[in-house]
Design a protein around this ligand. Sequence first.
Ligand SMILES: [Zn+2]
Length: 93
Amino acid sequence: YSTRSCYLATFQGSASCSASKLIWKAWAPAKVKFFHCLANQNRCWTAKGLQRRGLQHHPRCVLCDQEPETMHHLLVSCPFWRQVWHDTLSWLR
Ligand SMILES: [Zn+2]
């Protein structure tokens, strides 16, 4: 038994994700990296997360009112954010 063996045992059976390595190696401010790390682990406080914890939440995305507010919806399928991403990427070329 050693500190190292205990540390390694903590991660036994867990899957590593290469996305988190990319997030932390990317050039971006720390707060952006931290947000992406939380989003990647589905740990951001969305309405879905509030619902899981029994807290008050809006049943649908407050920006588009089309689907439940999940991390996937906010980052990928929300029409409001799709337009924001499109405009941002167009601006950055
Ligand atoms: Zn939406």
